[in-house]
Ligand binder design. Structure first.
Ligand code: FRU
Length: 453
């Protein structure tokens, strides 16, 4: 079935048409940033997974390339699931999960496959390189996916999400000298995750952190309120022991809509899926479902993972803050810089009846999308979520910088290194912004996104 996209975000990555989920294979190759993503081009619902492909010079302007991986071979019969990329011998290599299901659509086998390209556009598949026979005794062949590959010393290393039969999520590590022959090294945590299954593990060797998602993970106080969530763990892999020495952990995003973040190879920048499983996606009627977050620079400070958006901006206009500030903005980056910030109320994408609200009250940011526009419904765990509310602690620092990346269907809110990201679907014409701030001094800045024609 052919579908047509009739509307899209201005600068967030979506599929050319149809459905997308996780970012895959984020890498710099032959002078361009490459981003792949889980993609079903023929429907706005998840289906047989392809790898969609875009490239960029500046991490802001993205251009479509042909679909990189199409399922249907014996080893990826029902889907080319998530994975990662590496440059080796001048070629671009993709490692991904081949998905095989039974007649009833249930997973029976997930195996790790390899593909290569020497132009970064067309890929040749090599088939299975880590099959079920490389699973240690007692692990489930139907839940073994999302390889993340990197190089350390003179070996390639790869972590893969897995599960013990009847158990919960694990992360297994493998090594190889040549990308084709792999051997099992260890089970990184050696214990089950809190969530039912781990997905999309990612490791940044240079900074020393793991990212991973947990399906059906129980909430921890007022964090991890999404049914499926993602966390960072700062620490280092012990390559000899095949284990991970954890120093601290936290949540990747406080909003409704981030999943499966992955780090660009060799760059401390991550991107995630800007959407969530198990909720309706109102943009289906425009011919697309799912986007990727803007790239975010990651730094580690005092045992915490900080994120800041990477977007190229232009035409920045600054205003000194007094009284109530009104503006009109649908897409762009707005920044509020304040000293001794005590309270703030911001309405975005407002037409009076519909708006998205952010309030700083008693040291906490409260985000409310209950009146944003079209209803987003799904499986939720608590009253806040049912009411369209998410909370994020304020950094408490004397100088606050609040940055909001706004696009047609999303807001990404950053303060003190934390991020709160959500989709919104406001009605046409809801473009007013209203800001009230209580602080010693404050400034408002608005910038356009530098989009090339
Ligand atoms: C995470 C995930 C991965 C899998 C992919 C399938 O969102 O479930 O574990 O590889 O999506 O599209």
């Amino acid at each position: 079935m052919a579908i047509t996209k009739i509307k899209s975000p201005a600068f967030h990555i979506t599929g050319e048409t149809g459905w997308i989920n996780d970012p895959n294979g984020l890498i710099y190759y032959k002078g361009q940033y490459h981003a792949f993503y889980q993609h079903h081009p023929y429907d706005t619902k998840w289906g047989p997974m392809h790898w969609g492909h875009v490239v960029s010079d500046d991490l802001t302007n993205w251009k479509y390339l042909p679909i990189a991986l199409i399922p249907g071979d014996e080893f990826d019969k029902n889907g080319c699931f998530s994975g990662s990329a590496i440059v080796h011998g001048g070629k671009l290599w993709l490692m991904y999960t081949g998905f095989i299901e039974n007649q009833g659509g249930e997973s029976i086998r997930q195996i790790q496959c390899l593909a290569e390209s020497d132009d970064g556009v067309t890929f040749k598949k090599h088939g299975t390189v880590i099959g079920s026979e490389l699973l240690p005794e007692g692990y489930a062949p139907e839940d073994f996916r999302d390889p993340k590959i990197w190089r350390h010393n003179d070996c390639f290393w790869c972590i893969v999400a897995a599960k013990r039969k009847g158990g919960r999520g694990r992360i297994l590590m493998y090594k190889s000298k040549d990308l084709f022959k792999w051997e099992f090294v260890g089970d990184l945590f050696g214990v089950d995750s809190a969530g039912a299954m781990i997905e999309c593990p990612d490791y940044n060797e240079e900074l020393g952190y793991l990212l991973f998602c947990e399906q059906f993970q129980p909430n921890e106080g007022n964090i991890h309120l999404n049914v499926h969530t993602c966390r960072w763990c700062i620490g280092k892999i012990d390559y000899e022991a095949g284990t991970f020495k954890e120093e601290s952990r936290g949540i990747v995003d406080y909003g409704f809509d981030v999943y499966a973040p992955q780090t660009f190879v060799g760059k401390d920048v991550i991107m995630g899926w800007l959407n969530m499983w198990d909720r309706n996606v109102p943009s289906e009627k425009y011919g697309f479902s799912g986007m990727l977050t803007v790239p975010r620079t990651v730094t580690l400070k005092n045992g915490i993972l900080y994120q800041e958006p990477v977007v190229s901006c232009e035409n920045a206009v600054k205003t000194e803050g007094t009284g109530t500030l009104r503006d009109n903005v649908v897409t762009g980056v707005i920044t509020v810089k304040a000293t001794s910030l005590e309270a703030l109320e911001l309405k975005l994408r407002s037409n009076g009846t519909n708006y998205t609200k952010l309030t700083l009250k008693d040291g906490e940011w409260v985000f409310d999308r209950s009146k944003s526009g079209e209803e987003i419904k799904g499986v939720e765990k608590d009253a806040d979520s049912l009411n369209g509310i998410r909370r994020m602690i304020h950094s408490g620092s004397k100088e606050t910088t609040l940055t909001i990346v706004m696009d047609e269907f999303s807001v990404e809110i950053f303060e003190g290194g934390r991020a709160l990201t959500s989709t919104i679907y406001p009605p046409h014409g809801a473009d007013t912004l209203e800001l009230n701030v209580k602080a010693d001094t404050w400034q408002y800045e608005k910038a356009d996104i530098a989009l090339k024609a």
